[in-house]
Design a protein around this ligand. Structure first.
Ligand SMILES: [Mn+2]
Length: 196
C-alpha cells in the first residue's frame, strides 16, 4: 500500500509553518515552534498517535501565542486531510479515555469529513505561562480543517499542565484508532460511499 503522507507549507504575515506527516510510519517526532509548551504537547501528540510528524514553525509570539497556536491547528488539520485522501479502508471512528495523574479526559472522534467540535474542559485561569484557553482554539482549527467531528471532555483534573496533557494524549490515541487501515474494510466506511 502507498504510504499516506502530506507536506504543507503555510505562510502568512503572522506565521510561517511547515508540517510533514506520514500516517503509516512511526518516527521520532521533530517539533520546533516558538512556543515550548506547544512543542511538548505536539511531541506527545505525535508519539501517542503513531504518526510521523515534523513541524517547523515561527510566528508573531511577541503579540501573544494566539496566531501561532491557531495556525498550527489549521496547518496540521490540512495535512491530515490531505494524507487521509479518500479514506478507503480506515476505521473512521476512535475514542479514548486517558488518565494523566489526577486528570482524566475523554475524546471521541469521527473522520466523517464534516466538522463539529464539542469542547468541555474547566481549565483555571493562570496569570503566567501558557494561555490554556488556546487549547480550544487549536482543536477548533485542527478539526475544522481536517473535516473531523471531535468531542473532547475533561472529566477530572486539578493541574492545568496535567489536564492539557490528558486532552492531547486522548486525542492522539483516538486518532490512532480512527486512521488505522483494516484489512476487512475494503472500501470507504460510509453507506453514503464518500467521507467528504
Ligand atoms: Mn508534561
Amino acid at each position: 500500500m502507498k504510504q499516506r503522507k502530506a507536506f504543507i507549507e503555510r505562510k502568512t504575515k503572522e506565521t510561517d509553518i511547515c508540517v510533514a506527516l506520514n500516517l503509516d510510519k512511526a518516527a521520532e517526532p521533530k517539533i520546533l515552534t516558538d512556543i515550548g509548551f506547544i512543542d511538548h504537547m505536539l511531541t506527545l501528540f505525535a508519539a501517542h498517535s503513531g504518526i510521523s510528524l515534523a513541524i517547523n514553525a515561527s510566528g508573531d509570539t511577541r503579540v501573544d501565542d494566539h496566531h501561532l497556536v491557531e495556525d498550527l491547528g489549521i496547518t496540521l488539520g490540512l495535512a491530515l486531510k490531505q494524507a487521509l485522501g479518500d479514506k478507503k479502508g480506515i476505521a473512521r471512528y476512535g475514542h479514548f479515555l486517558l488518565p494523566m495523574d489526577e486528570a482524566l479526559s475523554y475524546v471521541a472522534l469521527d473522520l466523517s469529513g464534516r466538522f463539529y467540535l464539542s469542547y468541555e474542559a474547566e481549565i483555571k485561569f493562570q496569570k503566567t505561562g501558557f494561555n490554556y484557553d488556546l487549547i480550544q482554539e487549536f482543536f477548533y482549527a485542527f478539526a475544522s480543517n481536517a473535516g473531523m467531528n471531535l468531542h473532547i471532555k475533561m472529566l477530572k483534573g486539578r493541574n492545568n499542565h496535567h489536564i492539557a496533557e490528558s486532552i492531547f494524549k486522548a486525542a492522539a490515541r483516538a486518532l490512532k484508532q480512527a486512521i488505522t487501515i483494516s484489512k476487512k474494510q475494503k472500501s470507504i466506511p460510509s453507506t453514503k460511499g464518500v467521507l467528504q
